[in-house]
Ligand binder design. Structure first.
Ligand SMILES: NC(=O)c1ccc[n+]([C@@H]2O[C@H](COP(=O)([O-])OP(=O)(O)OC[C@H]3O[C@@H](n4cnc5c(N)ncnc54)[C@H](O)[C@@H]3O)[C@@H](O)[C@H]2O)c1
Length: 320
């Protein structure tokens, strides 16, 4: 990120009379853990960071989450400014809390710590590879269609435009996704009444899948499969129509995202990682389910047989 955006950021800071120091860490989900955070604590201590300084996070969702945790905990909290540079992080990881991974599971350690500012510049998407734009579309489907209830007509055309570099179209969707997310966070900032769990829609299978595959699948691609799974579970339990499941699967696949579980992924391993999900109560797994697009709710306990039947239904069929 430094190579791409340092000049612009440094000029802005210098023009504002602000001094700064860079700290870099390698990209990838494998870095989103407490070891990286400890390295960043060392850098903060060496730079004599105090509570009048700010942590500025420039990068994708991994940088946003890791830096958010750093800012929330160093000196019990220092000001935090986010500059998300991927479509996915502008759509979703730019606001409202953070989590880093633990060896036993994804996003297990986190904080609710709000940034002082979030600066999003859709021109940062110019340098983003197409596969990363596609990852961002997964969170757009998640927020705008599934949680926000927008219709899917015309969506495919909009996606093509975003993937072909239409920054204005991307900005429209970044705004509408953030509106949906903020609407939920405003009702329950820290998860006290469980409304915030709605943001977990599609993420139960997603996190378990990412961990099962040792993060060799991107968050966006895992979310394509996770949303399809949660929709199928909603349908199997009698809440969502088959037509809606088909419509969602079509939108996921049209975006170039997978909707089906790879043949080799083991159900028991996946279900085992789901035991660590943040919605679990008294060892009972719970999912966010849909009655319709725009009508999500947190389920009561769901048993492993029901989850297995859903995983079997979304598994890709080997070609005979
Ligand atoms: N806290 C939240 O609310 C929240 C929400 C959604 C996702 N997330 C997390 O976000 C992470 C995924 O984020 P991501 O998809 O941004 O992945 P990422 O941060 O790994 O970034 C993807 C790749 O794009 C590169 N990159 C970033 N900006 C670029 C640019 N402008 N041009 C070129 N390359 C660029 C990065 O270096 C990286 O290699 C996951 O860990 C996920 O759990 C958090």
């Amino acid at each position: 990120m430094k190579g791409l955006f340092a000049e612009t950021l440094e000029n802005s800071l210098q023009n504002a009379g602000l001094s700064f120091e860079w700290t870099l860490f390698p990209s990838g989900e494998a870095q989103k853990n407490l070891s990286t955070v400890y390295g960043l604590y060392d850098a903060c201590a060496q730079a004599h960071i105090d509570k009048k300084n700010a942590v500025v996070a420039l990068g994708g969702g991994v940088v946003q989450d890791t830096s958010n945790y750093l800012a929330a905990t160093y000196l019990r909290g220092v000001p935090f400014i986010q500059i998300p540079t991927t479509l996915l992080s502008q759509v979703d990881a730019g606001i409202g809390g953070c989590a880093v991974d633990h060896p036993t599971g994804k996003s297990l350690i986190g904080q609710f710590y709000q940034p002082r500012a979030v600066i999003m510049d859709s021109s940062t998407l110019k340098t983003l590879p197409k596969n990363e734009l596609v990852n961002g579309i997964a969170e757009i489907i998640n927020k705008v269609i599934c949680l926000g209830g927008s219709r899917t007509d015309g969506f495919n055309q909009d996606i093509r435009a975003i993937i072909n570099g239409d920054e204005n179209k991307a900005l429209d969707y970044v705004k509408s996704s953030n509106k949906v997310k903020l609407g939920i966070i405003e009702r329950d900032e820290t998860g006290t009444n469980e409304t915030r769990f709605l943001l977990d829609w599609g993420h139960t299978i997603t996190y378990a899948l990412e961990r099962t595959l040792n993060y060799s699948i991107s968050h966006g691609r895992a979310l394509g499969i996770g949303m399809h799974g949660a929709a199928v579970l909603s349908q199997q339990l009698g809440y969502l129509s088959r037509d809606k499941v088909r419509e969602l699967k079509q939108a996921i696949e049209d975006a170039g995202l997978p909707a089906e579980l790879p043949v080799h992924v083991d159900n028991d391993k996946l279900i085992n990682y789901m035991c660590l999900d943040q919605k679990v109560v008294a060892r009972r797994k719970r999912f966010v389910l849909l009655r319709d697009f725009g009508d999500a709710f947190v389920s009561e306990g769901i048993d492993d047989n029901q989850i297995t039947s859903c995983l079997d239904e979304i598994r890709e069929r080997p070609i005979a």
